[in-house]
Design a protein around this ligand. Structure first.
Ligand code: ATP
Ligand code: SKM
Ligand code: MG
Length: 184
């Protein structure tokens, strides 16, 4: 598989809590790829948590850092990159994401909510109505996420390992489609 991908990076996009970081790590292992998480790179570079960046500098500053990190990361090959849930919001980011294969992990809001309800590390969810917030974020972003090369719908019972295996199984068909598009 890693030969088939010819070193092309995999970018995981999707809502917070869908499993980009968890599944991305497994995909990297199975592909013998490196693994990067843009949220982690931002936290290390800023030496602050995501909550602190949002509180001290605001969301716009976070988004700026996110674009700068993505621009640097896409210069490398053989990486699986878990992105932040809002990476799709900036048009310029799509130019970077398109250097690789973009995989949208998609799950219904009730699954996301169950996973995140105890988690206070996502500043956009520090809201008195987290379910409404997730619904409105998904509504705003759905058409952006849907520009991915691959759409993977997550079900409640699937383990991260099963999801990673499913992604690896469908990638060859996507590569074929893309090759035939390039030939036409
Ligand atoms: N398939 C799964 N089944 C059960 N729990 C999962 C699954 N995938 C991820 N999780 C759990 O859900 C939570 C969120 O996962 P993760 O951090 O990977 O999401 P994310 O998409 O990277 O979110 P963010 O955009 O906020 O970085 C974690 O606690 C993780 O262990
Ligand atoms: O969905 C979002 O906008 C976010 C998701 C996280 O990955 C972080 O990038 C941050 O909490 C913002
Ligand atoms: Mg993550």
């Amino acid at each position: 598989m890693s030969n088939l991908l010819k070193g092309v990076n995999l970018y995981l996009i999707g809502m917070m809590g869908v499993g980009k970081t968890t599944v991305g790590r497994l995909l990297a292992q199975q592909l013998s790829y490196g693994f990067l998480d843009t949220d982690d790179v931002i936290v290390k570079a800023a030496r602050k948590s995501i909550n602190e960046i949002f509180a001290d500098e605001g969301e716009a500053a976070f988004r700026q850092l996110e674009s700068e990190i993505l621009a640097q990361v896409c210069a490398y090959t053989k990486l699986t990159i878990a992105t932040g849930g809002g990476i799709v919001l900036k048009q310029e980011n799509w130019g970077y994401l398109r250097h690789g294969l973009i995989v949208w992990l998609d799950a219904p809001v009730d699954i996301l909510l169950r996973r995140l309800v105890e988690d206070d590390t996502r500043p956009l969810l520090q809201d008195s109505h987290p379910e409404d917030k997730l619904r409105s974020l998904l509504e705003q972003r759905q058409s952006l996420y849907s520009q991915a090369d691959l759409h993977i719908t997550i079900t409640e019972s699937e383990t991260p390992e099963q999801i990673a295996t499913r992604i690896l199984e469908v990638i060859p068909s996507i590569l074929k489609t893309q090759d035939s598009q390039h030939q036409n």
